[in-house]
Design a protein around this ligand. Structure first.
Ligand code: FE2
Length: 431
């Protein structure tokens, strides 16, 4: 007997199916499943997707907006300075509380896996301890993966190297870095080499903030890819931001892109943050700053999108909504081709899950019964509407639920009801 049966679902690839769930797993995905279940829900041709995955986030700073003050210039560097002002006032309890609050929000949005960087440039490692506690407590609802992130520089900040190793000893599972924030290009390259060697020694993944600037000569991604090849780390390394690539010379990029793809380095763009923080030294025209997403895809590199920040020193907005992220990426990257738009949905679900290393992810027999039902007919409509999440399921259990809300215009001489959702393109829906 099934625990949960979702009837008339539309899957992200356009297939229509019933989804049968038992003992926390998907057991059947078929056009019409016979029999009954503990609970049966008719999705009425709405999109059922594997949950959203945020592959780049900062949970230690999230929801701290205005504390101890607002970012007056709105720039990346004032944000880093402001975070430095906040650090001495952090407490374990406050960090755990804001971390849990953000996870509540994430779950309600169908966001069930978050890779969060955690700052290790604080000798007390308060944020590390607090986020490890949050990770443990939210595990039944959400997969939280932590990256040891030397915010003030691995070489530049005294103690950062030792603290980073201590964080790994405590259970932080990914090696971070920030080579463009070191004092010299050479220090940046040295930090990349040292951190990749550390990851190789410990058998860990790497995810570095890399070249988050408009400087076309910030080329640490080249060193990251070369070190990934040298140490055989392909498939375990991510370059986050890569915004300098937006401004690089096209000839250089034509050499760089195949190196990234052949090395097996994944790329993560953070469109909400890139579009607001980059181009700050430009007058007009102002650069967008987001990395070359279409070109990276074209050479076969794995690419995904992250939220990066929500209500913190760097970004005053955000709502844990990965559809906002996909929507901004689609615009900034001019990804408006039909296939490109559908891929933007994949970049906040399946592609991000691949980089994360999630196992049992997907809506197929044998996978964990984790999914989100959206009030939309397909992935593109989900992005267009930033569609409401009607149902969130984790390990077969409904953990968030809200009714669909059609718009009713009861005006004389007009149709009694107009549905807000489901305007199919002419010629029928894709798939
Ligand atoms: Fe970041």
């Amino acid at each position: 007997m099934l625990d949960l049966l979702l009837r008339r679902a539309v899957l992200p690839d356009g297939r229509r199916a019933d989804i049968g769930i038992a003992a926390g797993k998907v057991v059947a995905v078929e056009p019409a499943i016979a029999g009954t279940a503990g609970r049966e829900i008719d999705l009425d041709h709405r999109l059922a997707s594997p949950p959203f995955v945020d592959i780049h986030f900062h949970l230690d700073s999230a929801l701290s907006l205005g504390n101890p003050r607002f970012n007056r210039s709105g720039t990346l560097l004032e944000g880093i300075a402001l975070w430095g002002e906040r650090k001495p006032h952090l407490t374990h309890e406050a960090l755990v509380e804001s971390g849990l609050r953000y996870c509540d929000l994430a779950v309600s949005q169908g966001l069930l896996a978050i890779r969060s960087h955690v700052d290790v440039c604080d000798d007390r490692l308060l944020a590390v301890d607090a986020l490890l506690e949050v990770k443990r407590r939210v595990a039944p609802w959400l997969d939280l993966q932590l990256v040891a992130f030397p915010q003030d520089g691995y070489l530049r900040s005294p103690g950062a190297a030792a603290n980073l190793e201590r964080a790994l000893d405590l259970g932080v599972e990914v090696v971070g870095g920030i080579p463009h924030f070191e004092r010299t290009m050479q220090d940046g390259a040295t930090s990349v080499r040292a951190l990749c060697e550390l990851a190789a020694r410990r058998g860990l993944m790497v995810d570095m903030h890399c070249d988050e600037s408009d400087d076309p000569l910030s080329r640490h991604i080249e060193t990251l890819a070369a070190e990934t090849r040298r140490l055989g780390l392909g498939g375990r390394v991510t370059g986050s931001h890569l915004t300098s690539m937006h401004s690089m010379d096209n000839y250089y990029v034509s050499k760089l892109l195949p190196l990234i793809a052949e090395a097996g380095v994944a790329a993560v763009a953070n469109p909400l943050i890139n579009i607001t923080l980059q181009g700050r030294h430009d007058s007009y025209p102002k650069r967008r700053g987001m990395t070359r997403v279409a070109e990276l895809r074209a050479v076969g590199a794995t690419v995904a999108f992250g939220h990066d920040c929500v209500m913190d020193p760097w970004y005053p907005l955000g709502n844990a909504d990965m559809l906002d992220v996909a929507h901004m990426a689609l615009h900034v990257g001019q990804l408006t081709g039909r296939e490109d738009m559908a891929w933007c949905f994949a970049a906040v679900t399946t592609e991000a899950a691949r980089i994360f290393g999630l196992t049992g992810y997907g809506i197929a027999p044998g996978c964990h019964a984790d999914l989100v039902v959206l009030d939309a007919a397909d992935p593109v409509e989900a992005i267009r509407l930033r569609a409401p999440r009607l149902l969130v399921v984790r390990r077969g259990r409904v953990i968030a639920e809200r009714p669909a809300a059609p718009v009713r215009l009861d005006l004389p001489g007009r149709p009694a009801m107009l549905e807000h959702r489901a305007y199919a393109p002419r010629g029928g829906r894709d798939g």
